[in-house]
Design a protein around this ligand. Structure first.
Ligand SMILES: NC(=O)c1ccc[n+]([C@@H]2O[C@H](COP(=O)([O-])OP(=O)(O)OC[C@H]3O[C@@H](n4cnc5c(N)ncnc54)[C@H](O)[C@@H]3O)[C@@H](O)[C@H]2O)c1
Ligand SMILES: O=c1ccn([C@@H]2O[C@H](COP(=O)(O)OP(=O)(O)O[C@H]3O[C@H](CO)[C@@H](O)[C@H](O)[C@H]3O)[C@@H](O)[C@H]2O)c(=O)[nH]1
Length: 332
């Protein structure tokens, strides 16, 4: 029996494929390589290049393999892009999942792990955020993820497809052995952008807003190492195989770091001065997002291993020093 990983050539997907292979799973990857890289998919996994919205393409894969469960990363996931082009997000994130679920129904595949996000909460009413807290997204990206979560709930009721929804906070870092890293193009995430300054590929980092209601005025986020996130998917699959019930979990460290604190940590690790400029707030950004992941710790037995910010940033730094062009043009 195989696990199908949609979006497995992307940042988090590729790290999860590595963990799955280490757990002896047969892994099938589907990816259209729009943001992912062929080079990020380890050879032991079988890669099909194509779009999950192409139902006939998906059907062939379900015909060719005995798929036991799906892990679904395939999405667009940039907050600011979603504000400028919300329909792109409804198309790919909501319609993409709809196509995938239709094929799962057709082939009687009853387990899915879904990548959701802290962006489903919007401006939090409590810190740390609990899974039971209100969900009022402040951007279309979060809205499309919440809509998809609701689709999964109805699909459970109607077709018995059980889900584990994982609401990640800010995923960071690279594989600790340097096997894989983060390569988004264009890059918009804070840590890789600061590291591009440290590599002298960029002159400065823009701080998007220094007038938030936080200690130093910059946004606070809960950063979580990509391998810890990948591990949670293994545990989510185990849960689905063992108790066959649906659930939602936050995945974060429960600690917040401001944009300025992240920049200071990079300065310390790289010894680079990292020039900054303050620019206006980025639309759709909440001031503070910090997770309570107690539920995942208790119910999944999740134990994040790389929780301190320095470990996350230094693993990313090691990868970027060796791969200044990411996976490079050969990556496609
Ligand atoms: N990076 C984060 O901090 C973060 C935080 C919360 C949630 N997430 C979610 O985790 C998932 C993975 O994020 P990531 O940072 O690894 O992004 P990524 O862009 O690196 O990975 C997404 C992958 O999906 C593929 N893809 C997109 N649409 C597709 C389609 N229609 N058909 C086939 N393949 C498609 C892309 O080519 C890419 O390889 C996303 O769903 C994202 O919303 C990420
Ligand atoms: O050049 C930059 C880039 C980012 N930021 C700020 O840094 C913080 C982190 O931004 P970024 O790394 O872009 O991540 P987020 O926009 O917080 O979103 C990430 O984390 C979310 C969960 O919290 C996920 O849903 C998204 O998919 C993922 O991209 C935010 O306050 C940004 O405003 C800057 O100040 N300057």
């Amino acid at each position: 029996m195989a696990v199908l990983v949609c979006g497995g050539a992307g940042y988090i997907g590729s790290h999860t494929v590595l963990e799955l292979l280490e757990h002896q799973e047969e892994v099938i990857v589907v990816d259209n390589l729009v943001t992912g890289s062929r080079a990020a998919v380890l050879e032991k996994a079988r890669l099909y290049i194509g779009d999950i919205q192409e139902e006939q393409f998906l059907e062939k894969i379900f015909e060719n393999h005995q798929i036991n469960a799906v892990i679904h990363f395939a999405a667009n996931s940039l907050v600011s892009e979603s504000v400028n082009d919300p329909l792109k997000y409804y198309q790919n994130n909501v319609h993409g999942t709809l196509c995938l679920l239709k094929i799962m129904v057709k082939f009687n595949v009853k387990k899915i792990v879904f990548s959701s996000t802290a962006a489903t909460y919007g401006e939090p009413v409590n810190i740390p955020i609990l899974e039971t807290d209100p969900t009022n997204p402040t951007n279309p990206y979060g809205e499309t993820k919440l809509t998809t979560e609701k689709m999964l709930r109805w699909a459970d009721d109607a077709y018995g497809i059980k889900h584990v929804i994982l609401r990640y906070f800010n995923v960071a870092g690279a594989h600790i052995d340097g096997k894989l890293g983060e390569d988004h193009s264009p890059e918009t995430h804070l840590i890789p952008l600061i590291l591009q300054v440290a590599l002298d590929k960029r002159d400065e980092i823009l701080i998007f807003g220094a007038d938030y209601d936080t200690d130093d005025g910059t946004c606070v986020r809960d950063y979580i190492h990509v391998t810890d996130i990948a591990q949670a998917h293994i545990l989510a699959l185990e849960k689905l195989n063992n108790d066959n019930t649906s659930a939602i979990y936050n995945l974060g460290n429960g600690k917040g770091f401001s944009v300025k604190e992240v920049i200071d940590c990079v300065r310390k690790l790289t010894k680079h001065p990292i020039p900054v400029s303050i620019s206006p707030r980025r639309p759709g950004d909440p001031a503070i997002l910090i997770a309570s992941s107690k539920k995942a710790v208790k119910e999944l037995g999740w134990k994040p291993k790389y929780g301190d910010l320095e470990t996350m940033i230094s693993s990313a730094w090691e990868w970027f020093k060796k791969h200044p062009e990411g996976y490079g043009s050969n990556g496609k």
